[in-house]
Design a protein. Structure first.
Ligand code: SF4
Length: 236
């Protein structure tokens, strides 16, 4: 058995799942109404979003979003990165300082650990898609507020509808509680499968937490092994 400290630095190689390369079928155009946002700065209660243009079109629209007050403090919208045809999508809570500056989710030390976690299961960023529940950095990396989550759900829902992954992996308590709409602690959400819009959902630790609590890496490794095992079953 690996020691927790060495985990992800030299994790055992397991064969990488095949990654679909075909474009997924575009969904029909839909009109989505955003929830009313309690913001003294921005008063937008609805916006029309069409998924007919695909993920890049949705990203371009999100880039100018001002549906919540985080637009006032962000540097840029951090939409997502990776393979838009990926069958596994990893979701964190929100961009941090490095992500806000670079415009890409999971950069910096936590991002480097996520890369090692992916490598440990035989993957890299070109084979998965990585995103957050909300697209703009909350000041001082605080947890996102409910009105911010509700506003950004406009983009989140459409993004996942276009990606249509076979498996979703939620990274950390905030992402898990947000997507699964629960107050349950992370410990009770790990270890069994959930569902989001018909897609199977797995929960594990956020890489930033693992940096603070490296003794949890062994549990994280077990989570990833179960994630890949289920993914292989689904892929057949
Ligand atoms: S966090 Fe989401 S809803 Fe708020 S401004 Fe950014 S993209 Fe728009």
């Amino acid at each position: 058995m690996q020691t927790p400290v060495s985990l992800f630095a030299s994790g055992p190689a397991i064969s990488a799942p095949e990654v679909a390369v075909e474009e997924k079928t575009a969904l029909p155009a839909t009109e989505v109404h955003a929830p009313a946002v309690d913001s003294s700065v921005i008063e937008i209660s609805s916006v029309e979003v069409s998924t007919s243009g695909g993920l890049s079109s949705l990203e371009a629209k999100a880039a100018t979003c001002r549906l919540c007050s985080l637009a006032e403090t962000r540097t840029q919208v951090v939409f997502g990165t990776g393979n838009p045809s990926a069958d596994i999508v990893f979701i964190g809570e929100a961009p941090g300082r490095d992500e806000d500056l670079k415009g890409e989710p999971f950069v910096g030390r936590a991002g480097q650990l996520l890369d090692r976690m992916l490598s440990a299961i035989g993957m890299d960023r070109n084979q998965v898609y990585i995103m957050n529940t909300i697209k703009c950095r909350p000041p001082n990396n605080r947890d996102p507020k409910i009105d911010e989550v509700q506003a950004c759900n406009l983009w989140f829902e459409q993004q996942l509808a276009l990606l249509q992954p076979k498996v979703i992996c939620l990274l950390g308590r905030v992402a898990a509680q947000t997507v699964l709409e629960t107050d349950a602690p992370l410990g009770s959400l790990r270890g069994h499968w959930h569902n989001y819009q018909g897609m199977p959902v797995w929960v594990t630790y956020h890489p930033a937490y693992l940096l603070r609590s490296p003794t949890q890496k062994q549990k994280s490794w077990q989570d990833l092994q179960q994630l890949v095992s289920r993914y292989r079953e689904i892929k057949g």
